[in-house]
Design a protein around this ligand. Structure first.
Ligand code: NAD
Ligand code: UDP
Length: 316
């Protein structure tokens, strides 16, 4: 049994990860300031004697009086409206927060994995994106607080690895969806599903021709676990995502069809610097971890729609 720290453990991805790690018999410490996460996501975990919820803002150093074996470092708002609401705070979370967590990993000789993002590729000029591509990020635009924050976090991870021998792992996550996404966090899958279920028009930004590749949460968590258990000399960066690529318009059509909704489409302006296309090259994940996603978009949407149906019935 290991003691495992999950920062951002009360968020969408973090709550699934905590659940999985508890299921494997570990002691899990969930460190979160509930900025975008919620206790609702972890309410079934709280009674578990091997689960500890530690309210804390990672911008401040954290002192633990117990050893940790592994740290999954996920704390950071992930949805564009949420990370842009207070961009300086987002940067502090990525940069100072990562330094604080790396300090902890160094102190306890723990393995530490960074939840980085496909956003490090910016609006990519290479398609699909493989880990060797260095990206096309606008350093002064409205998305930069997130993109450059994560790029700097990656740099910190690699410098702690080279300079202090900290045992790091870096994964770059492509758009992931599933139950427990925040209903109002503004991401496309949760927006479309809740709009369709409420009979509101689906808000397609721009002409809807931009593409994304959507990975179901269970597949991603499996990738996290395999990466954490990979040999010490494999540190990444590693793409994790589903290479199935869809236009935003196609996603809207699918959601309308699968919910049986009578909603129509409303067009809204395309946000500045919105990447035109995104698809992961996951060759490396296949070679190094034997990992590939298994849940097709239609099946994942079905499960996510069922979650939001229950949530809306309960009143949000
Ligand atoms: P989320 O917003 O649901 O979860 C983030 C969690 O971090 C929340 O519980 C929030 O309260 C917590 N948090 C934020 N700032 C904090 C701080 N300063 N101190 C302590 N806790 C803090 O988002 P998510 O989708 O679960 O994303 C988790 C991680 O994965 C993020 O780092 C995100 O950048 C990364 N990621 C997610 C996706 C995706 O598609 N879901 C894609 C790429 C990268
Ligand atoms: N999007 C949209 N309507 C919405 C929310 C998002 O058309 O209600 C678009 C957005 O402009 C982007 C894509 O969907 O092109 C994915 O957006 P999301 O915020 O989920 O993640 P991103 O990949 O941009 O970080």
């Amino acid at each position: 049994m290991k003691t495992i720290l999950v920062t951002g453990g009360a968020g969408f991805l973090g709550s699934f990860l905590c659940e999985r790690l508890l299921g494997e018999g570990h002691h899990v410490v969930c460190l979160d300031n509930l900025q975008t996460g919620s206790l609702r996501n972890i309410d079934t975990l709280l009674p578990n004697g091997r689960f500890t919820f530690m309210p804390h803002d990672i911008v401040q150093p954290v002192y633990l009086n117990f050893a940790v074996d592994e740290i999954y470092h996920l704390a950071c708002p992930a949805s564009p409206p949420q990370y842009q609401a207070d961009p300086i705070r987002t940067l502090k979370t990525s940069v100072l927060g990562s330094m604080n967590m790396l300090g902890l990993a160094k102190q306890w000789n723990a393995r530490i994995m960074l939840a980085s993002t496909s956003e490090v590729y910016g609006d990519p000029l290479v398609h699909p994106q493989s880990e060797s591509y260095h990206g096309n990020v606008n350093p002064t635009g409205p998305r930069a607080c997130y993109d450059e924050g994560k790029r700097c976090a990656e740099t910190l991870f690699f410098d702690y690895y080279r300079q202090h021998g900290v045992r790091i792992k870096v994964v770059r996550i492509f758009n992931t969806y599933g139950p427990r996404m925040h209903e109002q966090d503004g991401r496309v899958v949760s927006n479309f599903i809740t709009q369709a279920l409420k009979g509101h028009n689906l808000t397609v930004y721009g002409d809807g021709s931009q593409t994304r590749s959507f990975c179901y949460v269970d597949d991603l968590i499996e990738g996290f676990i395999r990466m954490m258990h990979s040999p010490d000399d494999f540190v990444g960066p590693l793409n994790l995502g589903n290479p199935g690529e869809f236009t935003v318009q196609a996603l809207a059509d699918k959601v309308i069809r699968q919910t049986g909704s009578t909603s129509q489409i409303t067009r809204k302006p395309l946000p500045k610097d919105d990447p035109a296309r995104r698809r992961p090259d996951i060759t490396l994940a296949g070679e190094k971890l034997g990992w590939k996603p298994t849940v097709p978009l239609e099946e994942g949407l079905k499960r996510t729609i069922a979650y939001f149906q229950t949530l809306l019935k309960e009143g949000g």
